[in-house]
Design a protein around this ligand. Structure first.
Ligand code: GTP
Ligand code: MG
Length: 204
């Protein structure tokens, strides 16, 4: 087994949608119904074995209360994958997905191509759901991001969803590494060809 992969994720979305609860469920396997607003930035860490590799997953938790105005470039700087969370029982948090998605685009610019993003409809355990799953799926497809539903309360689909994002990040990292090593090879080949054709008595 190989070691040493790292993955830094960021979770954003309106206040009270369950961002902290999701991360708490993922890292501690439990749920606390008592609400305590996140202030500033917090982080959660968990080691997972993924594709036979030990991966250290660090997830930055943000304060929904600060909303859009506090989002700066620095906020997104080290994120390798992003989760946008809304509450399936709260239409306003669903409507705000587009603002969160837009703020990622604004601050990440062309880097966005390298960053996997997923959208999560949390609190799927609630009977008073207001957002239909099929509608949410169609809307997220339009935005270009995969859609998942979770319950931090029951734990349903939490691990699978976060691990899906981690796998996407690892895939992208591998692809980017390959791309940059291919670029190196191309440069070296060009250099060799140039050198070769400059030689006197070249047979070609
Ligand atoms: P901010 O830190 O203010 O941005 O909020 P947050 O998005 O981190 O929300 P938080 O995790 O603190 O959860 C808000 C409230 O929703 C808490 O009372 C949680 O117990 C509750 N909650 C979170 N996830 C779920 C869930 O899946 N189902 C249910 N029924 N309640 C949940
Ligand atoms: Mg929080």
């Amino acid at each position: 087994m190989s070691y040493g992969e790292k993955c830094q994720l960021l979770v954003i979305g309106d206040s009270m949608v369950g961002k902290t609860s999701l991360l708490y469920r993922f890292t501690n396997g439990s749920f606390d119904a008592h609400y305590l607003a996140t202030v500033g930035l917090d982080n959660f860490t968990k080691d997972e074995i993924i594709n036979n590799k030990k991966v250290r997953i660090k997830i930055w938790d943000t304060a929904g209360q600060e909303k859009f105005q506090s989002l700066t470039k620095g906020f997104f700087r080290n994120a390798q994958g992003i989760m946008i969370v809304f509450d399936v029982s709260n239409i306003e948090t669903y409507d705000n997905i587009k603002y969160w998605a837009q703020s990622i685009k604004t601050h990440m610019g062309s880097e966005i191509e390298k960053i996997p993003v997923i959208i999560i409809g949390n609190k799927m355990d609630l009977k008073e759901r207001k957002i239909n799953k099929n509608d949410a799926e169609a809307y997220c497809t339009e935005l270009g991001y995969p859609y998942f539903e979770t319950s931090a309360k029951t734990g349903e689909n939490v691990d699978n969803t976060i691990k899906y994002l981690v796998v996407q990040v690892l895939k992208k990292n591998k692809k980017n590494k390959l791309k940059s090593s291919n670029n190196d090879t191309t440069t070296n080949n060009n250099f060799k060809i140039k050198k070769h054709t400059n030689e006197p008595n070249c047979p070609c």
